[in-house]
Design a protein around this ligand. Structure first.
Ligand code: FO1
Length: 306
């Protein structure tokens, strides 16, 4: 089989690790949101690509989910003394990755090639593909105007009200040519934020049509469990957009694209409404606290597809 898994950062990377543990590198490819990318301190920051890379390399910080475990912060402390910008925290080892990526990009490598090189050096054998090599930048629309994604997410701690989203550059961006659409047997949308992690991927010019044209089942795993987001601001965003924060609403958001939808056991009663949208559904334990949980959910999703 060849599985394509679409993912954002921390939440999606958990299930991605489960797939990487049960499928060999030739049977799964990860396509990652780069709408969160930005230029900062002269560096190209690609948070979701790095979160997945560190997760698959099993060097991610287990508490934050982003950055590296056993990280040190001398660079940040030194930068602070200079009065530099420290709202976005780059650990010392993470900084090395960023400097190395700047070197690779400066040599003319694409983001895909730089990601492949960095992942290989960290011992990751599975393919991590940025959704596009062209810049796409997510902006959160707030009553006070648009906010660059990391300003909204990290600097302002998701406090501003979200009234909409923009994916600047998505229409002009090309789908990553390394995505093996022609050989896919299934597509999984990991339990990432539908609005700011998955929608930027789908917004890349031609991505949605290319996914649908594969004819492969498209399975989404709900990031909303019992009316709450497992991680991040998904539920808050839904309420601000005037949408009830329920798994059924997530399914509605994906209607027309997704053929199979995974709801958590606590939302078993939502299955009838999801089925009414024309999706096949299954109830699974989707909250992943341990590596075993990730592997178990990955296996169960594969079983559902089969
Ligand atoms: N998230 C934070 O909440 N605070 C940070 O200071 C922060 C720094 C950071 C550095 C590198 C990196 O790869 C990710 C980082 N993140 C940080 C996470 C990241 O910005 C978000 O989790 C994603 O953009 C949302 O998927």
């Amino acid at each position: 089989m060849t599985l394509l898994a679409l993912t954002g950062g921390v939440g999606g990377a958990k299930l991605a690790l489960g797939f990487a543990k049960v499928l060999p590198p030739e049977e799964v490819v990860f396509v990652v949101n780069t709408g969160d990318d930005f230029e900062h301190l002269g560096l190209h920051i690609s948070p979701d690509v790095d979160t997945l890379t560190y997760t698959l390399a099993e060097v991610a910080d287990p508490v934050a989910g982003w950055g590296r475990k056993d990280e040190t912060w001398r660079f940040m402390a030194a930068l602070e003394r200079f009065g530099g910008e420290t709202w976005f925290r780059l650990g010392d080892a993470d900084l090395a990755l960023h400097l190395h990526r700047r070197t690779l990009l400066g040599l003319g490598l694409s983001l895909t090639a730089a990601t492949r090189e960095i992942a290989a050096r960290l011992g990751v054998e599975h393919s991590i593909l940025p959704m596009s090599d062209d810049p796409v930048r997510t902006r959160v629309l707030s009553p006070d105007g648009p906010l660059a994604f990391q300003h909204y997410f990290v600097r302002d701690r998701c406090a501003p009200k979200a009234v909409g989203f923009e994916f600047a550059g998505a229409e002009a961006a090309s789908v990553n040519p390394a995505i093996p659409f022609e050989s896919l047997t299934a597509i999984v949308i990991c339990p990432s934020n539908p609005f700011v992690s998955v929608d930027p991927i789908l917004a890349v010019n031609g991505m949605r049509d290319a996914l649908l044209a594969t004819g492969a089942p498209i399975v989404a795993v709900s990031p909303i469990v019992g009316g709450r987001a497992i991680k991040g601001p998904t539920a808050k965003m839904m309420r601000e957009l005037g949408i009830p924060a329920t798994t059924v609403e997530v399914a509605k958001h994906y209607a027309g694209l997704v053929s199979h939808f995974v709801v958590d056991e606590v939302d078993a009663c939502a299955r009838t409404k999801v089925a009414a949208l024309g999706m096949q559904t299954v109830t699974l334990q989707t909250v992943m606290s341990s590596t075993d949980d990730r592997v178990q959910l990955a296996r169960a999703v594969l079983e559902f597809i089969r």
